[in-house]
Design a protein around this ligand. Structure first.
Ligand code: HEC
Length: 171
């Protein structure tokens, strides 16, 4: 009899735990519900490193890890794209709102030097294809952000390709 009571108590306890686990699961929003950040470099960094870690994204189609880069970005580059950017790159009809490109910039001895990011924010900067630009050091400190002239002045060589060098995004 005693054992039966113990057993019942254990069962009630377990059911309680299950209920709690379910409640917690329901209150934590799933990844897909985390909204994209606005024009804010700190929030953008948080988004691409914590909420939707870019390290789990796809690489730029056809590019491997640590491919050879040019000035000013670094000797070796690894470029990641979020799903929106990936879809746009494949369709070649321009980059859709919400596209994010994150590029790791490495020195020749494979040390991460900086992250450079292009984030498409509809209406943010129509004069330059609506990109929000950001550069971070290897610890995530914001070095450049926004309608960054330095970035735009060079990338505008590719104005007809939405300011993108790495591959054709428009037919
Ligand atoms: C002097 C020219 C120049 C400047 C300045 C420059 N870039 Fe780039 N960027 C390039 C080139 C060239 C590539 C292609 C990769 C390579 O060969 O290094 C590139 C690639 C990129 C990419 C990958 C997508 C693409 O366009 O191909 C991102 C993201 C990027 N740059 C962000 C930035 C940001 C952010 C800044 C400003 C902080 C910046 N760039 C400044 C020349 C430049």
């Amino acid at each position: 009899m005693k054992n039966l009571t113990k057993g019942l108590l254990a069962l009630v306890f377990l059911l309680g735990l299950l209920g709690m686990a379910y409640a917690i699961h329901e209150t934590i929003p799933s990844e897909t519900q985390i909204p994209l950040p606005g024009a804010d470099a700190t929030k953008l960094y948080e988004y691409v490193t914590r909420h939707k870690p870019y390290s789990a994204w796809q690489l730029w189609p056809g590019k491997g890890r640590m491919y050879k880069g040019t000035e000013p970005h670094g000797a070796l580059l690894t470029t990641y794209v979020d799903n929106t950017a990936l879809g746009s790159i494949k369709k070649k009809r321009g980059m859709a709102d919400g596209s994010i490109i994150v590029k790791e910039n490495y020195s020749a001895d494979k040390k991460l030097a900086a992250l450079t990011v292009m984030y498409k924010l509809k209406g943010y900067n129509p004069a330059a294809a609506d990109w929000f630009w950001a550069k971070y050091d290897d610890a995530g400190k914001v070095l450049v952000s926004g309608k960054a002239e330095g970035c735009i002045n060079c990338h505008q060589k590719k104005k007809d390709n939405e300011y993108i060098f790495t591959g054709e995004v428009k037919k």
